[in-house]
Design a binder for this molecule. Structure first.
Ligand code: AMP
Length: 187
């Protein structure tokens, strides 16, 4: 038995916070590609510095670059019982990369944490992260609608998608997520 989860949600939907809690709850590593890229940028690696320019503009890092990072991370010992991916895949190309590297049966469940656009925009401006300029926020929301949201259909068609209402207190949303995930994985 593995627990391989992908968490989707607009930037600012509380996805990061809930993803950390869920990973702890299920005893699997929380793998955030955004955190990994920010770490590489802070370390000043060549990859990190290139990624930082794209991140600051709210643009996506190329699929081939992301593929290398994710394949390497998922190959580590702690990820063998399962993992929770936060921020990956974000494009059709990234789903194809997962299929190529992990096989057709590459995930157990995708979860969409649903929070309306006006709510997330206000939250993102308030969190004041260095890469959260109004332009970058808008760019990320646009890219999410264009490139990432359509991916939900892929998982829905495979009966591997649960939608969870992400509006509410952190604890309420967490409880909703666990209930939805448990009932889907059991069923
Ligand atoms: P996040 O913390 O998930 O919002 O990611 C922050 C930034 O990192 C994004 O705006 C992108 O520039 C970059 N990034 C993170 N994950 C990916 C990904 N799967 N594909 C492309 N770019 C990514």
């Amino acid at each position: 038995m593995t627990t391989r989860l992908i968490v989707f949600g607009r930037q600012g939907a509380g996805k990061g916070t809930q993803a950390v809690r869920l990973a702890g709850h299920y005893g699997i590593p929380h793998i955030s590609t955004g955190d990994m890229l920010r770490g590489a940028a802070a370390d000043g690696t060549e990859l990190g510095l290139k990624a930082k320019v794209l991140m600051d503009a709210g643009d996506l890092v190329p699929d081939e670059v992301m593929e290398g990072i994710v394949v390497e991370r998922l190959a580590k010992a702690d990820a063998q019982p399962g993992w929770l991916l936060d921020g990956y895949p974000r494009t059709v190309g990234q789903i194809e990369a997962m299929q190529r590297n992990l096989g057709q049966d590459f995930v157990d469940l995708a979860v969409n944490l649903d929070v309306p656009v006006d709510v997330v925009t206000a939250r993102m401006l308030a969190r004041g992260r260095e890469d959260d300029t109004p332009e970058a926020i808008q760019r990320r929301l646009d890219l999410y609608e264009e490139q990432t949201r359509p991916l939900l259909d892929f998982f829905a068609q495979r009966d591997q998608l649960v939608e969870v209402d992400g509006v509410g207190t952190e604890d309420d949303v967490f409880e909703r997520l666990v209930k939805a995930i448990d009932s889907t994985l059991e069923g």
